[in-house]
Design a protein around this ligand. Structure first.
Ligand code: GLY
Length: 284
């Protein structure tokens, strides 16, 4: 399963790999890479909205059910941060590399430097500069992260999460997406969860780890996503200004999703289903 409409693309690529017997880690990585590489997706990878200095900075993480994980944050000039995150996971003693260190590591490992600011992004940035008004637009600028959760034929789960972060963010801002436990969390005994939307609220609640803990304590994926959304709403003075969505799957493949308000879609694919669903939401 994957977040948002572009989750259909990630699911198509990922499911093809699962059907060939590939591990869930490959499926989630290659699935979200397809979206990172699409310049028309304006919230992930190349073509993503820049920060307020006109720089595209990317955040991503990947995790499997055994606790292996890797992440990169504030990475510039590399189109597929999810693959750099996987390399961090597999080839270093660390979990997260950021900024220039992450870029240096990527270049040393054969990743190519590319201009990630497309003409469309340059034009949008010029428009934004006219007012320089930072008030994230619900469901557009805060924020259509792609996250994918998958279970392979051996019954192993993995997840991936990748984003260009909030549009017009401060230079150096890192959201929830590369933070294990916030944007993504997997526990092979329970299941996995991931988040999209205003990253600061997801970090504040340790969102994805909390969803998995709630599932461990007996909630269904749907109930757990709803409970964490309610917790976020309860903290807000103006919940109408906030959009956050969660998506979760248990080890039986039972799925759930919930968001603060209308508009969060997620895609599910298995042998019998291929569908895009609008998540239930709390604020009507
Ligand atoms: N959830 C993406 C971000 O806030 O950066």
């Amino acid at each position: 399963m994957s977040t948002w409409d572009h989750g259909m693309t990630a699911n198509t690529v990922g499911f093809e790999l699962l059907k060939k017997g590939s591990p869930a880690l490959d499926a989630v990585e290659k699935g979200v890479m397809e979206v990172e590489s699409d310049p028309n997706v304006r919230t992930v990878g190349i073509g993503g909205y820049p920060d307020r200095e006109g720089k595209v900075t990317l955040d991503a993480c990947i995790m499997d059910g055994d606790g292996a994980c890797g992440a990169v944050a504030f990475l510039q000039g590399i189109k597929n941060p999810i693959s750099v995150a996987r390399k961090v996971m597999q080839d270093t003693p660390h979990i997260m590399l950021v900024g220039n260190g992450a870029k240096q590591f990527a270049l040393q490992n054969g990743f190519k430097e590319e201009e990630l600011l497309t003409d469309a992004s340059k034009n949008d940035y010029k428009e934004w500069l006219k007012t320089s008004n930072y008030k994230p637009l619900i469901n557009i600028e805060n924020h259509d992260t792609i996250s994918t959760l998958a279970i392979d034929e051996k019954g192993k789960m993995a997840g991936a999460c990748t984003t260009s972060g909030a549009a017009w963010k401060m230079h150096g801002r890192v959201g929830d997406s590369p933070i294990i436990g916030a944007g993504l969390f997997i526990d092979g005994e329970v299941g996995g969860a991931c988040a999209t939307g205003l990253g600061e609220e997801v970090i504040r609640t340790a969102g994805s780890a909390m969803v998995v803990e709630m599932m461990r304590n007996g909630k269904t994926p749907q109930e757990a996503c709803k409970a964490i959304v309610q917790r976020i709403i309860d903290r807000q003075k103006n919940p109408h200004d906030v959009q956050v969505g969660f998506m979760a799957m248990d080890m039986n493949g039972q799925t759930g999703a919930y968001s603060v308000q209308k508009g969060f879609t997620y895609a599910v694919k298995n042998d019998t289903i291929e569908e895009l669903t609008e998540a239930r939401y709390q604020i009507k």
